[in-house]
Design a protein around this ligand. Structure first.
Ligand code: CA
Length: 745
């Protein structure tokens, strides 16, 4: 029998081969045919999904193949079978092999996109999913959690897949141990491309999790190797290891915010992984918690993360820790690692009243820590007598944490032929590393047919469109703009918006020349950022003179619905004035379950405004969710603002995130924050902000600055500021630093 018969309908093949034991190949073109083929599949059969868009399909691939003859589920052409809409895939049985599928333009109606089980009783074993893609297959509700890949059963392999752009809450990929059939599973996760994952602004943005705290003392024995983690920034755990006996070898972490965290479980091996932070913010390395962990021969370059996100972190535990807290570090090794140009090594991290169990029986040997950015990279939070230090190297300029166990070497780095910075061979020998090279390249990972394009489109990468002044012209231009476009307004022109302008992609609106164009609006909002949108205003005047006489207008608002794509607001060299037609006229109004990755105010003046300027306080349930990651304000002035200038709220005690991070420099606040509707009675108010830097600012006749310091160890610095007739800084505790502060009455 010719097994190469292709493109025959499955029903025809079944008819022809009803009693035949040869492997069969047949194409299926809809869900009914798919189900029939699956129901009849024998070992060695190939079920081929026809090219095209499969919309709203919940695929269940169930069968019993054999080691020699798996049952295959394939795309007619890899990459040409698009599964979209409300769709997912479950596999259950033995020796199943899935390849070539792409999930995009939709999301799963259940909690999982790809699941290695049919239900609790029917799991997948000895099965493989490879050369598949999940691309931005996200629930539009940001905090409606789901998982893209959930591995159950045993002896499964997930390899050469591409997972890009998870934007809603929920781990991208997880291994479950929630029944004996899932434990000691020997899964292999390799050669996958874990593409960019945006900052979630909450816990639940891990890229890979193995186990859960509840099953963390059981063995998973999962091997994670040769994967490429590219800007996986969801939260501070890129990988959350929560079970025993797992190995993480030969992976690359490229510019990813967060760390490989041994959150629970023991007997973990972390070896020969390359962390390339390239000095990007919040990039971290490896964090040890628990017993019998081995971290060795890893290469860590350009990592800037601090506290739990340092390059190398050993934590304190909780005595007799409950299963969901922190086990003491016992008999663990952090040896032979090469740390270059990275800022923080944290020992006994997290030491506090609860986390008082210091590491014991552990070693820190033959590591080289070379860097000039921070010459005191070690932070010792508690008693390190339970860690043996020997053979470690630091460069001459750096301060040794102790005399014993460390030697000084010259800071001498050269770029090797593989493009990696490395020290001289003496240092390499002591660390015990030979040739430095990436254990896997980006190109070697992921589905072979799928591009690894950047998902972020920056401002000003598109075309420039000149917009004539008048009524409606700017609205039309915004409606027709594409991502990255610049809308160039006439010098000194006047533009009236008579409808809401929906910002659906990255749009820049600016004036050509010196005299700013003026933009007015007859609607309650000038610009509304929709999901996927971002706005940059440069060199324009926003005037509230034509706005409707009603309370609660604003210049920029987010969507009123959840946005699963992070947005940006940039305001540069702008004048914002006379937002006073009625009360509570805000500049930036944000709604719940929206998240700004970056808000930048530069060189702009805000005068005569009845509402607030930046209010990002919609996540009030104290779940560790918040509205903005970075706010940067430089050289701005605010006068006669009746509401609050800036109000940022990040509640809860969760420690999984980095932000909010706020910088306010060389700015001036006068006669602001004093309106009777400003219940905060403050000009700036920060609750739970993780990093706050206020420098070179002046307050005059203005409501005070209020701080509510909570959650982790927030870093709060206020320097070179003067407060005239404003009152002193009001804070809930003393955990902030000030220098050169002048109060005048
Ligand atoms: Ca987490």
């Amino acid at each position: 029998m010719n097994t190469e018969i292709k493109y025959l309908k499955w029903s025809v093949i079944c008819f022809l081969l009803i009693s035949c034991t040869e492997s069969r190949k047949g194409i299926v073109s809809d869900l009914e045919e798919f189900k029939e083929a699956v129901a009849n599949a024998q070992p060695g059969d190939e079920i081929i999904m026809a090219n095209g868009i499969w919309e709203n399909v919940e695929l269940l691939f169930e069968g019993e193949g054999t080691n020699e003859k798996p049952i295959f589920l394939k795309a007619e052409t890899p990459g040409k079978v698009i599964i979209s809409g409300q769709s997912n895939l479950r596999i259950a049985g033995e020796y199943l092999d899935v390849s070539g599928l792409v999930f995009k333009n939709g999301f799963t109606p259940t909690s999982e996109v790809i699941s290695f089980r049919k239900n609790k009783e029917n799991l997948a074993y000895n099965s493989r999913i490879h050369n598949c893609v999940i691309d931005n297959f996200n629930n539009p509700e940001r905090f409606d959690a789901d998982f893209w890949v959930m591995i159950y059963g045993r002896n499964n392999r997930f390899d050469h897949n591409t997972l890009i752009g998870k934007r809603n809450q929920g781990v991208t990929m997880a291994v479950r141990l929630n029944a004996p059939e899932n434990q000691e599973n020997n899964h292999i996760i390799e050669y996958n491309y874990f593409g960019p994952r945006q900052i979630l602004g909450s816990n639940g943005g891990e890229t890979l999790r193995i186990g859960t705290s509840h099953f963390s003392r059981t063995y998973s024995n999962t091997l994670v190797r040769k994967n490429y983690f590219d800007r996986c920034n969801g939260e501070h755990e890129i990988i959350s290891n929560k079970s025993c006996g797992n190995e993480f070898r030969d992976n690359v972490f490229f510019e990813s915010q967060g760390t490989l965290t041994m959150r629970h479980g023991h007997h973990t091996l972390v070896e020969n992984n390359y962390f390339l932070g390239n000095r990007k913010p919040n990039t971290g390395g490896i964090r040890i918690i628990n017993e019998y962990q081995t971290v060795q021969k890893n290469y860590l370059y350009g990592l800037t993360g601090h506290r739990f996100r340092g390059a190398l972190v050993i934590m304190n535990g909780v005595p007799n820790s409950p299963i969901n807290r922190y086990n003491q570090v016992i008999d663990s090794k952090m040896n032979n690692n090469l740390v270059i140009d990275s800022d923080y090594i944290q020992l006994c991290a997290g030491s506090d009243e609860e986390r008082s169990a210091i590491p014991i029986g552990s070693t820190f040997l033959n590591n080289a820590i070379l860097g000039k950015d921070n010459l005191t990279p070690f932070t010792i939070y508690d008693d390190v007598s339970g860690i043996e230090f020997n053979g470690n190297l630091m460069n001459e300029e750096a301060e040794l944490p102790f005399k014993d166990g460390f030697d000084k070497v010259e800071y001498q780095l050269t770029k090797n032929s593989n493009g990696l910075l490395q020290p001289n061979s003496d240092v390499l020998n002591i660390v015990g590393l030979s040739e430095l090279r990436l254990p896997v390249t980006k190109e070697e990972t992921g589905a072979d047919f799928y591009p690894k394009n950047d998902i972020e489109i920056a401002f000003r990468t598109g075309k420039i469109t000149k917009v004539e002044q008048g009524e409606g012209s700017l609205f039309l231009a915004i409606q027709n703009a594409e991502a990255g476009d610049v809308l160039m307004l006439e010098e000194g022109g006047t533009y009236l918006l008579r409808k809401y302008s929906y910002i659906k992609s990255q749009i820049t609106i600016m004036t050509e020349g010196n005299a700013k164009a003026t933009v007015l609006s007859e609607k309650s909002s000038f610009f509304r950022i929709e999901n996927g949108g971002a706005i940059e205003l440069e060199n324009i005047t926003i005037d509230g003179a034509e706005s409707p006489d009603q309370p609660g207008n604003n210049v920029i608002s987010t969507s009123k619905y959840a946005m699963n794509q992070n947005y940006k607001v940039f305001v540069k060299n702008c004048t914002i004035k006379d937002l006073v037609v009625n009360h509570s006229f805000d500049f930036l109004k944000t709604y719940k379950h929206t998240f700004a990755e970056s808000v930048l105010f530069l060189n702009s003046d805000f005068t005569n405004i009845s509402g607030s300027i930046i209010s990002m306080t919609t996540e009030t349930e104290d779940l560790g969710i918040y509205n903005v990651e970075n706010i940067d304000m430089h050289k701005c002035s605010f006068s006669d603002v009746q509401g609050i200038v800036m109000d940022v709220y990040r509640g809860g005690t969760d420690e999984s995130t980095f932000g909010p991070i706020i910088n306010i420099v060389d700015s001036k606040f006068s006669n602001s924050g004093k309106g009777k509707r400003n219940r905060a009675k403050a000009s700036l108010k920060f609750h739970g902000v993780q990093k706050l830097n206020v420098k070179g600012c002046i307050w005059e006749d203005t409501a005070p600055l209020k701080l509510y310091l909570t959650n982790g160890e927030p870093i709060t610095n206020i320097e070179d500021c003067s407060f005239k007739n404003t009152g002193e800084i009001i804070a809930n505790n003393e955990g902030y630093h000030t220098s050169n502060i002048i109060y005048q009455n």
